[in-house]
Design a protein around this ligand. Structure first.
Ligand SMILES: Nc1ncnc2c1ncn2[C@@H]1O[C@H](COP(=O)(O)OP(=O)(O)O)[C@@H](O)[C@H]1O
Ligand SMILES: [Mg+2]
Length: 201
């Protein structure tokens, strides 16, 4: 079966082979070799570990098939859907509430995605699947959860500015359903947003 390159990001090549996706964290020559090796290995391992954890929690994500932390490759099932980025305008409020709920669930389980954008979400069978967990980490801190939400807000604002003004409230509405500890996170989020505004000046 042929292998087809379907995406190439800053640090990985994504190949499709039949129903399987292979995420290959290839050698990046601009980094020191020792650092490159450690980064590729830790991100490969982290992504695999978080995918397994999400499966247990029933948070929609690809099924992990294989992880190779020598060649830094992860195989997972191909999600035959659409990048949320491209269909977001069809139902922004509904999608935002669902994103918020799933992110709330992640945070309730101390998983921080750390790269929440609509390019890292795939809509399939009316469900939003989350991908790209290479930068994710585990944390119990309200600060880390607030920053995750703040970065999501900024990503929605820059990519979907037409809808943003109304729709972040729906993210927060969904979040409350996913994370019963939302109060501490929302308080922190206000501080993070203030900090961001001071920095812009
Ligand atoms: N399991 C998957 N099913 C379908 N498409 C995928 C899958 N994993 C990645 N992709 C596609 O490849 C792109 C890049 O993958 P991603 O894991 O986000 O890597 P990067 O770190 O380069 O952003 C995604 O935006 C998506 O379009
Ligand atoms: Mg990505």
């Amino acid at each position: 079966m042929t292998m087809k390159l379907i995406a190439q990001g800053a640090e990985a090549k994504i190949f499709k082979k039949g129903r399987i996706i292979i995420k290959d964290r290839y050698v990046r020559k601009y980094r020191l070799p020792e650092i490159d090796f450690l980064l590729r290995r830790s991100r490969t391992r982290r992504e695999a570990k978080v995918l397994e954890k999400l499966k247990q929690l029933k948070i929609p994500c690809p099924d992990l098939i294989k992880v190779d932390d020598k060649d830094m490759k992860i195989s997972m099932d191909f999600l035959d859907g659409k990048k949320l980025r491209d269909v977001f305008h069809e139902a922004p409020l509904k999608f935002c509430e669902e994103i918020g709920k799933q992110v709330g669930l992640m945070h309730a389980n101390d998983i921080i995605h750390a790269d929440l954008t609509t390019s890292n979400m795939i809509l399939k069978d009316k469900k939003i699947y989350f991908i790209d967990f290479g930068l994710s980490f585990f944390s119990t801190k309200a600060e880390d959860k607030a920053v995750d939400l703040h970065l999501l807000a900024r990503a929605l604002e820059s990519r979907h500015f037409k809808f943003f003004s109304g729709c972040f409230d729906d993210v927060l509405k969904g979040y409350k359903k996913g994370n019963s500890d939302y109060k501490a996170v929302f308080e922190r989020l206000e501080k993070v947003e203030l900090r961001g505004r001071h920095k812009q000046k």
